[in-house]
Write a protein that binds this ligand. Sequence first.
Ligand SMILES: [Zn+2]
Ligand SMILES: [Zn+2]
Length: 93
Amino acid sequence: MRKIFCLRCNKEMKCIAREKLQLGQTGWILGDLPNLLAGALDAEIFTCSQCGKIEFYLPENSENDVPQVQCPECGNKHDFDYPRCPICKYDYK
Ligand SMILES: [Zn+2]
Ligand SMILES: [Zn+2]
């Protein structure tokens, strides 16, 4: 379990729950994450016992389910959000 410290009090925050957030209903919490895709998202909820602050974090070991694409040049698969193939540098433009 990683350690998270409160930004205000510098006190170690405690993980109180790990939940699946249903995107769409609770999307406001994580609204500025760039990769909000449809579906549920695992989140760990930490609180600071000193000031009561609550923070949501993505679990460290959360599965990376970024869609994969296959490079037409070299045939290797990689995350869809590369502007170029990371293996052969094929340019998707
Ligand atoms: Zn605090
Ligand atoms: Zn390639």
